[in-house]
Design a protein around this ligand. Structure first.
Ligand SMILES: *Cc1c(COP(=O)(O)O)cnc(C)c1O
Length: 221
């Protein structure tokens, strides 16, 4: 797995360079290593190198590999970056430290109930559908402020950040700028945006969390 470690090393250098170029501290950007579809044999080398922040897009898949890795490597921070169904809220609250895909009242209600029941408070981000794509999850940009207020009042949930996945066919810059502006307007410190192909641009626009899979682990089959 020398390859994975080499990619990880150069990724950290690229992140630091992009941050400095944007006048930001390299530590202000967190790399969420996206391990969906990959097994522990690809994940372990990163854990052994000291990396602790990972992302998965499916609850069930994450349940199959992370409990064991957590036992072996203390301090893991696991992010759910894929859509969440309310009937999976129990498992999601039990397994994840950060849930990036809150986008509906029903999900917020289910999460609030589970967080109370389990006495566990994963950090929560709102997914924003910056491209208003009908097939994509996320709150429309114009409704983010109202959504945040409503789930604060109705469920007592404080959300920490915003997340987006720009349309594949668009230049990502306009979407990154929009998400950063929405975070600023709503007083949110966390901005999760940027993937393998565009993380440097996301950092230039203020991303605090970038979600990178294939640039670290190779193409997914
Ligand atoms: C898979 C995935 C990523 C990582 O994508 P790469 O292009 O492999 O870096 C980032 N965010 C989300 C929500 C994903 O599902």
């Amino acid at each position: 797995m020398t390859d994975g470690i080499t990619a990880y090393g150069s990724m950290n250098e690229h992140i630091a360079a992009a941050a400095i170029k944007a006048g930001r501290a390299p530590e202000s950007v967190t790399l969420v290593a996206v391990t969906k579809t990959h097994g522990p044999e690809l994940i372990r080398p990163l854990l052994e190198a000291g990396h602790r922040v990972f992302g998965e897009n499916r609850v069930q898949e994450a349940q199959g590999k992370w409990p064991e890795l957590r036992k072996a490597f203390p301090g893991i921070e696991l992010h759910l970056i894929g859509p969440l169904q309310s009937n999976k809220a129990r498992e999601a609250v039990a397994l994840f430290d950060v849930i990036e895909s809150v986008d509906r009242d029903k999900i917020a209600a289910a999460l609030a109930a589970e967080m109370k029941r389990q006495q566990k408070s994963p950090k929560l981000y709102v997914q924003v559908n910056t491209g208003l794509e009908p097939q994509k999850a996320g709150v429309p940009p114009s409704e983010v402020g109202v959504f945040l207020k409503r789930i604060r009042h109705e469920h007592g949930l404080e959300l920490e950040g915003l997340m987006c996945i720009p349309p594949a066919e668009d230049q990502p810059a306009q979407h990154f700028a929009l998400l950063a502006r929405l975070a600023r307007e709503n007083g949110l410190a966390v901005i999760s945006m940027g993937m393998s192909g565009d993380y440097e641009e996301a950092i230039a626009h203020g991303a605090t969390h970038i979600r990178v899979g294939s640039a670290l682990f190779g193409a997914r089959s």
